[in-house]
Design a protein around this ligand. Sequence first.
Ligand SMILES: N[C@@H](CCC(=O)N[C@@H](CS)C(=O)NCC(=O)O)C(=O)O
Length: 202
Amino acid sequence: MILVGRDLSPFVRRCAIVMNLLGLEYERKIVAAAQDAELIKRYNPLGRVPALILADEVVIDSHAIIDYLLDTYDEAEALLAKTGDARRQALKINALAVGTMEKAVASAYERTLRPKEFIYGPYLTKLNDQVAAGLEALDLVCPSDSWIGGATPGLVDVSAVVAFDQAGIVLPELQGIAGNLATLSVKSEGLAAFLETRWVAP
Ligand SMILES: N[C@@H](CCC(=O)N[C@@H](CS)C(=O)NCC(=O)O)C(=O)O
């Protein structure tokens, strides 16, 4: 398996952490959506990362990739329950975290891809407020002394940590609003599965 994309993308990073937690062997193809769009289109016509190259197909989008990984390699339901209340609650928290990532990416694109004179302030403010609201809501469901998923990290922890860390990169002024998430992020760095994927600017 080859995971296409780099860990600056929260969607790529959450796939990488899931693969690490599942103990899978895989290769990385480190490409950036902004610079390598033509190459990425070979795997995803939209030119987006992540993509997961399998022996006989390419899976695109972090939701579909993680669905494939859990369906194939998480028989023990270590990362996500297969049915019931626990699954529904986890998917709700996961949606909150991924939604927060989407708004943070949109905010970053708004500031970096547009010429300054075309940035529409009220829209940028709305995006940043949505990121703040997402982090605050995640912080409320994040225990101060354990993983959200229980005794061991689950998909919810992966997505919550990635959303928090990404906000630290693109909207560092929001870091202070989520104390429990900050603790969770530090705790996650004790595990190689998370630490190895932490983005370090080249
Ligand atoms: N829903 C997708 C979002 C993927 C996404 O937006 N990736 C960004 C990188 S963070 C990208 O490739 N952007 C390039 C573009 O949209 O042109 C997922 O969960 O994988």
